[in-house]
Design a protein around this ligand. Sequence first.
Ligand code: KG4
Ligand code: ZN
Length: 356
Amino acid sequence: MNYLLTITKKFNNLTQRAKENKSIIILGIETSCDETAVAVVKNGRQILSNVIASQIDIHQKFGGVVPEVASRNHTLAINSCIDKALKDTGVIIGDIDAVAVTYGAGLLGALLVGVSSAKALAYTLQIPLIKVNHIEAHICANFIEYPNLTPPFLAVAASGGHTSLYEVLDYNKFVPIGGTTDDAIGEAFDKVARLLGLPYPGGPEIEKQAQQGKPTINFFKNSKAYYNKDLSLSYSGLKTAVVNYINNAKQRGEKLNVADICASFTKQAVDMLVDTTIYAVKNKGIKNIALAGGVAANNHLRQSLITEAEKISVSVFIPPSILCTDNAAMIASRAYFSIKSGEDLADLTLNAKANL
Ligand code: KG4
Ligand code: ZN
């Protein structure tokens, strides 16, 4: 039998097994940016292993991720990550039911390393290959952390590449309802950090500085409202306001209070997202919010969203930091729900997509 026929049959069989809640073990691969990650997850919610090889040290000296360097380092790391993810579980390679891989969005060359490895593995093992949308996967990190979380809920994905609001109507139905029209929130954190001479990635560094500062600077003094009732936001505007503030202060020869700038920027970046999210759940009568993505590791964002949601009796779900930033457990989790719905089976022509 040829590969396509074999995997279609196996995929249909897995869908049936998932519907009967029988054990399904998925190996997930994530290489969309600067983390080479491989994980093994059972039934979409139980992590058996979660290996993350970060390239942060390598990119730090460039002040940001260099795409070509990221691809090359994924190539170097991927095989040992797969080996370790399997060793850590105690399951043998023959126990893997399917391979899941991020095919977008992300850096094209980086994504291709994961996609090619996943294809090779799926073909060799003659098992189904499942294509995964990176942002939807971030949201699924909540299914791992909260076994009782079920759709519908509102999801907020806040990462280095995305700031998006989704109505998650079902495990396989993610409806975009808002988000940034320009820069992502994480991108704004990284750019402001760079301007202040803080190392990459900027988010955690700004968080450290902000803890020592006061949010006394209003970057939007003469600016119009920063979010809209159509649930669109702009982080480019805030970033430019911070750039102008810093340049003006430098021109006047004033010493910059980095801690206060970081605290003020964080407050305004977080307020924009939290206000928009609270407006969305009120407007749509939604009772649960799931936060996701690297910026969800930020304590001010976590606390602020919880506080504002409590006021209107809405529950907030947030994964632990290790599942907020890029990892492959979320990829395998997302794929499980695809399998259960009988969707997202890929074949060996699967290509990476920088934008999804
Ligand atoms: O989700 P992620 O790991 O990768 C993407 O898919 O983009 O997110 C990375 C982003 C970076 O912009 C990083 O600066 C930001 O998440 N980030 C944070 C924090 N930790 C990571 N931003 C603010 N506070 C943090 N603690
Ligand atoms: Zn991500």
